[in-house]
Design a protein around this ligand. Structure first.
Ligand code: XMP
Length: 520
């Protein structure tokens, strides 16, 4: 079933490991990240089973000569598989094969200029003597090459910036080709993939669809039924479209209207999945139920808990009415998978996230996670490939607890309606300005803060809307967006004129950290 080639990336804890994977996939070559410990198994059983076309050893924060530093069994170099060591990975190559690694006298952090000495391997498109701008980050350096290795590149601060044993197809670079600050980094990785590994570039979304469809069918058998919770977000929508392609009407989607959704959300989802894809879609009207449970709740964590609990209850009730449902679909993405297998351990929880955790065990459902190998941008490509509209595939992230975490204070229907109206204006204006897809998230937050205003000749005393727009790559860190003043002005005047209940608009200029993206 896995017709495509695979590159194995062994992770030594670098913050850039995911970037290596993305750059490789951008060359239409499939790759997977695994902890370096995979290369310490007796006989390399898992690695042999994976049959990687090439192996990348990532960077990492340790020093290879330190006691207990992450390392691998040197037999890996005898498997005949091409290996590329990056930064720490390159130092490991040197040390394990008989070279020398030491603390550098002059450390190299940030931009550096590398002179290529040998036009081969990673540098096969670079003329000897040519200078490459690269990004480096290391305090140790290789001080002596292992026997049989050739010196391929150098910089002022680092003698062995590149080295290789062409015959054994083992290459090392001390800098980071995977980061954008190495302008020709993608080209260098391509050189390795296509020139050294012999990659075919056989990973495409069309081939992914075929493989994923076959895998889903094999997992659920001839009569299994999958249920899928649709949220209106990109991940669950693409997962549903893919599963529908695989098993058609044996997929049932459940959409819970919790009364905390954006304007028109319910009809939007129904129009795409019921009308366009003809999916068996159950829409549960839970507005009253959720709002009753939330009536006296203003504490942010409590709101999240109540919503998460209620969602599971509603979902479970609905799912029980579906005969032969043995599987639950989840839109898990590759970054979550990497995080969960990482030897670094899970990151600290700042807010309790809303998901269907716990449901599969309780209901004895097996999980179907057809997106678990994909990055977000690949999920978007896949969505388009499956025929989802661009408008849906490029939606900004929306939190599970919905407008509840953007409506500070009491969650009443009138206040939620006010926020919904303002939110619709914000989205409309940001889209009209052509900024929607380049901004990670843009939205309004209704504050229980009243201030005095004047409209016409009348005094007003209404609540405040905080406008928030952030740039981010993954939601972990974020910068506020310097939106054009005329756009800010348009949003402000439209909200105040068109939405009764708001008479003041303010702009949130807090980055994350120290702020979070959502206000609660
Ligand atoms: P914060 O507010 O923690 O949000 O900076 C980071 C990202 O996560 C989204 N978010 C959620 N997504 N369930 C989700 O699926 C949740 O409970 C949840 N809470 C926050 C948030 O919109 C941002 O993209």
């Amino acid at each position: 079933m896995t017709a495509h080639q695979t590159i194995l990336i062994l992770d030594f804890g670098s913050q850039f490991t995911q970037l290596i994977a993305r750059r490789i996939r951008e060359h239409a070559v499939y790759c997977e990240i695994h902890p370096y410990t995979l290369a310490n198994e007796p006989g390399f059983a898992a690695i042999r089973a994976m049959k990687p076309a090439g192996i990348v050893l990532s960077g990492g924060p340790s020093s290879v000569y330190e006691e207990g530093a992450p390392s691998i069994h040197a037999g890996l170099f005898d498997l005949g598989i091409p290996i590329l060591g990056i930064c720490y990975g390159a130092q490991l190559v040197a040390r394990l094969l008989g070279g020398d690694v030491r603390p550098a006298e002059r450390r190299e952090y940030g931009r550096a200029s590398v002179r290529v000495k040998v036009q081969d391997g990673v540098f096969r498109t670079v003329a000897p003597g040519e200078e490459l701008t690269v990004w480096a980050s290391h305090g140790d350096h290789v001080d002596g090459l292992p026997p049989g290795f050739v010196h391929t590149a150098e910089s002022d601060n680092c003698r062995f910036s590149g080295f290789a044993n062409a015959e054994r197809r083992i290459h090392g670079v001390q800098f980071h080709p995977e980061v954008v600050h190495t302008p020709r980094g993608a080209e260098l990785l391509g050189n390795w993939l296509f020139g050294v590994v012999g990659a075919r570039g056989d990973w495409s979304m069309a081939s992914f669809v075929d493989e994923a469809v076959a895998r889903i069918r094999a997992q659920v058998g001839d009569d299994g039924r999958i249920i899928c919770g649709l949220s209106g977000g990109v991940d669950s929508s693409v997962a549903a479209a893919l599963i529908h392609r695989a098993i058609g009407d044996r997929l049932t989607c459940i959409f819970v209207d919790n009364g905390l959704l954006r304007r028109g959300e319910r009809d939007y989802v129904a129009s795409i999945f019921r009308d366009h894809f003809a999916v068996d879609l159950r829409v549960v009207d839970g507005e009253q139920r959720f709002l009753e449970k939330l009536a006296d709740v203003t504490d942010p964590e409590k709101k999240r808990k109540v919503i998460g609990y209620e969602f599971i209850a509603v979902f479970e009730e609905e799912a029980h009415t579906i005969a032969n449902a043995r599987f639950l679909a989840q839109g898990t993405l590759y970054p979550d998978v990497i995080e969960s297998v990482s030897f670094k351990g899970p990151s600290a929880v700042i807010k309790s996230h809303h998901n269907v955790g716990g449901l599969p065990e309780r209901m004895k459902l097996a999980l179907v996670e057809p997106l678990r190998e994909l990055f977000k941008d690949e999920v978007r490509q896949l969505g388009l490939e499956l025929g989802l509209p661009r408008h849906m595939v490029w939606r900004q992230p929306f939190p599970g607890p919905g407008l509840a975490v953007r409506c500070l204070g009491a969650l009443t229907k009138p206040r939620l309606d006010v926020l919904r109206a303002a939110d619709a204006i914000i989205e409309e204006e940001i889209r009209a300005a052509g900024l929607y897809e380049s901004i990670w998230q843009s939205f309004g937050v209704l504050l229980p803060v009243r201030s005095v205003g004047v409209m016409g000749d009348a005094r007003t005393y209404e609540e405040t809307l905080a406008l928030r727009a952030v740039h981010s790559r993954d939601g972990m860190t974020a910068d506020w967006v310097p939106l054009p003043y005329d756009l800010l002005g348009r949003i402000s005047s439209r909200v105040i004129n068109e939405v009764r209940g708001i008479n003041r608009v303010v702009y949130d200029i807090t980055s994350k950290p120290p702020g979070t993206i959502e206000w609660e």
